[in-house]
Design a protein around this ligand. Structure first.
Ligand code: FES
Ligand code: FES
Length: 162
């Protein structure tokens, strides 16, 4: 005997990404925002490092606050403003932090660079002339396996002078 089956629509989470409205359909409200960004939204600035909130490679800005996108459920991004590396500057028009990282050659393998630039961009938005200690504190949770810390600090100081 035939019975009618009612299908539930897949939940949809809508937010702004780099100034544009976007939606992600997911059965899993706990899916990390990072997966949605690098998957269906095809934004590859944020990197998958540890997936545990411990390295900072996946950092994005959520409502201007540096946030680990591997730890933020996509459902909690709904209605918010998400900015990735792609949203702060372009290869033709880098933002002052990106330009300073290039000028100081503040990367080796570059895997941590997304997180460093996003954390520094958030720092400079709230403190335009940070001290070295403030820079170190703001980037404390961002790991660099290649040991480019000295150049990174110099790059952020350079960006703060622009
Ligand atoms: Fe998110 Fe390491 S990948 S903190
Ligand atoms: Fe390689 Fe930082 S430049 S991890």
């Amino acid at each position: 005997r035939l019975t009618s089956v009612r299908f539930q629509p897949m939940p949809r989470y809508t937010f702004r990404l780099n100034g544009q409205p976007v939606s992600v359909d997911s059965w899993d409200p706990a899916q990390p925002l990072l997966y949605a960004l690098r998957g269906p939204l095809a934004v590859h600035g944020p990197k998958f490092g540890c997936g545990l909130g411990q390295c900072g490679a996946c950092t994005v800005l959520v409502d201007k606050t540096a946030t680990r996108s591997c730890q933020l459920p996509v459902s909690r991004a709904a209605g918010r403003e998400v900015t990735t590396l792609e949203g702060v500057g372009t290869p033709d028009k880098p933002n002052p932090v990106q330009a300073a990282f290039i000028a100081e050659q503040a990367a080796q393998c570059g895997y941590c660079t997304n997180g460093m630039i996003m954390a520094a961009t958030a720092l400079l938005a709230r403190t335009s002339k940070p001290s070295v200690d403030q820079i170190k504190q703001a980037l404390d949770g961002n790991l660099c396996r290649c040991g480019t810390h000295t150049r990174i600090v110099r790059a952020i100081q350079r960006a703060s002078e622009v």
